[in-house]
Write a protein that binds this ligand. Structure first.
Ligand code: NDP
Ligand code: 2IT
Length: 445
């Protein structure tokens, strides 16, 4: 058995109950075959054995009191995956589906994503199986405070710097940071995605969606093409989806469909983003409300159709893991979709990815395509350390540069290893090399 096969057999046995973690780690390991076969040093220093094991996992109880006075208990996690190139860095997710497998896959992906950004950030991820939907602001605040009452002792500006993810935006980061600061009695950049005016960076809110569109635009420009005139469909209608839509539209594309977990909207005239922001970001309502404002749009419930049924040139999955299935990929390819860019983490299943690649669809994996968010978090950390605040244009220009750099790294790595145009292999190898070198420099730790 080859080194990679041994590692895969090992995790299949040890982490058998963790399907998302196995999916993410096997995808990366498959890409690393070429490099591990070429150079025996990785096996000699047990590098892959170490890479499939997080440095530390913290699991804890989160007790809180709801508005009716009842005690509720959730489970919290922080996976401090890898600190070879910098402090652990990665978001916090609040969603009822959160479990150890999902936390581990996200922290694993984050390690390579952060490496690709070129900034000094290790990989981590955290969260809880808490559902913010339908909770009052006070309930969310009490939950966030209880979450931090345990997590505060494990994080710090040079140790571990959390941020947002699904179910965690400006409101939740504010509540968590407030409690953190109260407990540690100092004001440091321990969170990113903070409010403007108390350490947050301009451009962080927009960064993931903007970065996704920048990297795809970079690719299109290299081929003498652009977003202009393209039909775009986007899953999700949260932070990543909305700002991807905004940037795509500003580049001259028409965003014709968006979704939430209950259904999707198709609006051939182009989604009105003011309406979408008001419904999803301000009022925190269901996307179905959109058709009450725009009568020429059509709403389709989940179960009766899927956002990927809508014919498009570019599809941007920006909701959650494993939301673009084999059938969806077939539909997209049959409808002549040319590009899939992952705004979410691992939204495309392995079979769907293979189908898209086999049909010649350009595929941008999440660890490269959605790295704009964490990149701008890295810029927020720099501003906090320097006690400065850069203008929006400066942050945005740096983001654009970072995304172009990520495109180059994955494109070059793919070519170097004989897989030109395969950005999955390219991103995995480019992300891996830097982490591996740092781990080897630092000995067996
Ligand atoms: P939000 O909570 O702002 O939005 C999530 C969106 O996805 C909502 O529209 C939500 O619908 C939908 N969604 C979530 N879970 C499911 C599900 N199980 N089934 C169907 N739809 C679902 O999160 P973000 O926009 O921040 O995150 C979206 C994705 O992007 C995630 O994969 C995240 O890990 C990734 N990401 C986020 C970054 C960031 O900076 N925020 C950075 C890089 C990646 P509903 O309202 O119905 O729940
Ligand atoms: O998945 C991700 O990259 C994020 N949720 C953002 C992480 C961060 O630290 O900004």
């Amino acid at each position: 058995m080859s080194y990679v096969d041994n590692i895969i057999a090992g995790i299949e046995k040890k982490d058998a109950g963790q399907p998302e973690f196995l999916q993410a780690s096997k995808e990366v390991l498959e890409s690393l075959r070429i490099i591990a076969d070429r150079d025996s040093v990785y096996e000699k220093v047990g590098l892959l054995e170490r890479l499939v094991e997080p440095e530390r996992i913290i699991v804890f109880r989160i007790p809180w009191v709801d508005d009716s006075g009842k005690v509720q208990v959730n489970r919290g996690y922080r996976v401090q995956y890898n600190s070879a190139i910098g402090p652990y860095k990665g978001g916090i997710r609040f969603h009822p589906s959160v479990n150890l497998s999902i936390m581990k896959f996200l922290a694993f992906e984050q390690t390579f994503k952060n490496s690709l950004t070129g900034l000094p950030m290790g990989g981590g991820k955290g969260g809880a199986d808490f559902d913010p939907k339908g909770k009052s602001d006070n309930e969310v605040m009490r939950f966030c405070q209880s979450f931090i009452n345990e997590l505060y002792r494990h994080i710090g500006p040079d140790t571990d710097v959390p941020a947002g993810d699904i179910g965690v935006g400006a409101r939740e980061v504010g509540f968590m940071y407030g409690q953190y600061k109260r407990l540690v009695n100092n004001f440091t950049g321990t969170f990113t995605g903070k409010g403007i005016g108390w350490g947050g960076s301009l451009g962080r809110t927009e960064a993931t969606g903007y970065g996704l569109v920048y990297i795809v635009e970079e690719y299109l420009n290299k081929k003498g093409d652009s977003f202009k005139g393209k039909k775009v469909t986007i899953s999700g209608s949260g932070n990543v989806a909305i700002f991807a839509a905004q940037k795509a539209a500003s580049f001259g594309a028409t965003v014709i469909a968006m979704s939430d977990s209950n259904g999707y909207i198709c609006h051939k005239a182009g989604i009105n983003l003011d309406t979408m922001k008001d419904i999803k970001l301000v009022k925190r309502e269901r996307i179905s409300k959109y058709v009450e404002v725009h009568k020429d749009a059509v709403y389709t419930e989940t179960g009766k159709g899927r956002v990927w049924d809508v014919a498009c040139d570019i599809a941007l999955p920006c909701a959650t893991q494993n939301e673009l299935l084999l059938e969806d990929a077939k539909k997209l390819a049959d409808n002549n979709c040319k590009i899939v860019g992952e705004g979410a983490n691992m939204p495309t299943t392995l079979e769907a990815t293979e189908l898209l690649l086999s049909k010649g669809v350009a595929f941008f994996p999440g660890k490269a395509a959605n790295a704009g968010g964490v990149s701008t978090s890295g810029l927020e950390m720099s501003q906090n350390s320097a006690r400065l605040s850069w203008p929006f244009e400066e942050v945005d220009a740096k983001l654009k540069n970072i995304m172009a750099g990520i495109f180059r790294s994955m494109d070059d790595a793919a070519r170097e290893y004989g897989k030109e145009g395969n950005f999955i292999v390219g991103a995995n190898i480019a992300g891996f090399k830097k982490v591996a070198k740092a781990m080897m420099d630092q000995g067996v730790v």
